[in-house]
Design a protein around this ligand. Structure first.
Ligand code: PLP
Length: 404
């Protein structure tokens, strides 16, 4: 079991107040809070190691490079990639997805080729494909879902054609919390010769993710959603695909040799990492992953599953409550509306009680349209949340409901 009170001490922000109330932070799907170890890793590195990586012969540069490359090995192990060459550091999930859309698109997609995306994708996993459609004339097909918020697998199977090249699917929906059957979906896609990109922004922080077990071709995630800093993220790509893909950006770090006549590119993964990387961020991300390992991914997942079950039960008792996403497998995200209270009003009034939730379209407007609403309220949990905080949320919602 988790010793939550001890864990909460690792996160200084959790002991602050908002409007003279204890902070109840339930916006973890947007970003998580940072443990002391992560923040200290960043200040320590700036105070005592800071030097640009890869290029320096001097001591500090070598030390910074070592930390940066150890972080890569750490990420490789965390998601069980085959090699460090398969781990590309980016600014986050969004940049990772744009990298694939641009570079895989350049290498492998022609006019009329098809890319499947699900109706529950975050805009980050929709817009880059639409931009590619503008550039190359690819065809985007939408994988539908059931009213419970599960992927409609039968329709999915029938969407494939000889022109289907890629399937883009969120492992866990940032709105519905649905855990999509990415392993099964990948196996189906591969029988059709299509590649699979899994957006792991909402799964990697909450459950064990093993890219070899899923057998996906790409996986993306963001450091800031797994207790790490902002500005650092990861793209995992299967090595033989990455080898065939052109660089996404040009500049320093990604070159082998430059002349005005011709430039050759660095080996993987550096070919995709133009410019000075966020080497402080990568190290701090590794510290965050160590923090998660230290507590235990299965223990965290069990705790969050308990919170989600409890919150679903308690919230369902509130009159007028409509919860979006009741999939059989659901992670720590609960989106909802209450009667005809506008989510913005609900969020604003809860904020006055010290309770931070998210309101709006959650960067998933096509999903909002599928659910027949413009916006929703969303509570999302992390390892430091408690049943008492769920009680505070439920009491807060009930109080707002009675005001209306
Ligand atoms: N994909 C999903 C499922 C997300 O939840 C998010 C962020 O909320 C993103 C992509 C984009 O992540 P980032 O803003 O860190 O690039």
């Amino acid at each position: 079991m988790l010793n939550i009170e001890e864990i909460r001490k690792d996160f200084p922000i959790l002991s602050r107040t908002v409007y003279n109330r204890p902070l109840v932070y339930l916006d973890n799907a947007a970003t998580t809070q940072k443990p002391r170890a992560v923040v200290e890793a960043m200040t320590d590195e700036y105070y005592s190691v800071n030097a640009n990586v890869h290029r320096g012969v001097h001591y500090l540069s070598q030390q910074a490079t070592e930390l940066h490359e150890q972080a890569r090995a750490n990420v490789q192990e965390f998601i069980n990639a085959r090699s460090e060459a398969e781990i590309i550091f980016t600014r986050g999930t969004t940049e990772s997805l744009n990298l694939v859309a641009f570079s895989f698109g350049e290498a492998f997609l022609k006019e009329g080729d098809e890319v499947l995306v699900s109706v529950m994708e975050h805009h980050s996993n929709i817009v880059p494909w639409q931009m590619l459609r503008e550039r190359k004339g690819i065809v985007l097909k939408v994988i539908p879902m059931t009213d419970e918020g599960e992927i409609d697998l039968e329709t999915y199977k029938n969407l494939f054609s000889p022109r289907t090249r890629l399937v883009c699917i969120a492992h866990v929906s940032n709105v519905l919390g649905t855990v999509n059957p990415v392993k099964e979906m990948t196996a189906i896609a591969h029988t059709h010769g299509a590649k699979v990109l899994v957006d792991g922004a909402q799964s990697v922080p909450h459950r064990r993710v093993d890219v070899q077990d899923i057998d996906c071709d790409f996986l993306t995630f963001s450091g800031h959603k797994i207790y790490g800093p902002t500005g650092i993220g990861v793209l995992y790509g299967r090595e033989e695909l990455l080898e065939k893909m052109p660089p996404y950006q040009g500049g320093g770090e990604m070159i082998a040799r430059v002349s005005f006549e011709k430039t050759t590119y660095e080996r993987l993964p550096f070919k995709f990492e133009a410019g000075t990387p966020d080497f402080v961020g990568s190290h701090a991300l590794a510290v965050a992953l160590d923090y998660v390992r230290g507590i235990g991914q299965d223990i965290i997942a069990a705790h969050e599953a308990d919170l989600t079950r409890y919150a679903m039960e308690q919230m369902s008792l509130i009159p007028g409550m409509k919860i979006y996403g009741t999939a059989r497998e659901k992670d720590a995200v609960i989106s909802f509306n209450v009667g005809d209270i506008h989510p913005l009003d609900l969020g604003t009034l809860l904020d006055r009680l010290g309770i931070a939730i998210r309101t709006g379209h959650h960067c998933a407007q096509p999903l909002m349209a599928r659910c027949g609403v413009e916006s929703m309220a969303r509570a999302s949990f992390a390892l430091y949340n408690t049943r008492a905080e769920v009680d505070a949320l439920v009491a807060g919602i009930d109080r707002v409901r009675k005001m209306f």
